[in-house]
Ligand binder design. Structure first.
Ligand code: ZN
Length: 74
């Protein structure tokens, strides 16, 4: 389990040092498998030099969790 968000100082593909965050056009949210009504916006970290997607994350993970998971029962 990842306990700390990864930090990137250089692009692993081109060694670029500048990044930007993007969201997919049309709010192409991620949908949790088996929970079709639970969707969350995905943010991609993109290298400004070569355009590679370095890392992707869900903006708000809590909206994908079940009530039991939020309460630590699952
Ligand atoms: Zn790059």
């Amino acid at each position: 389990m990842i306990t700390k968000a990864p930090e990137f100082t250089a692009c692993p593909y081109c060694d670029g040092k500048e990044f930007m965050e993007i969201v997919q056009a049309g709010n192409a949210a991620g949908t949790r498998v088996g929970h079709i009504f639970k969707t969350a916006e995905i943010i991609h970290l993109v290298c400004r030099d070569c355009g590679s997607v370095i890392h992707s994350r869900v903006k708000r993970i809590d909206v994908l969790l079940t009530k039991a998971e939020k309460e630590g029962r699952e």
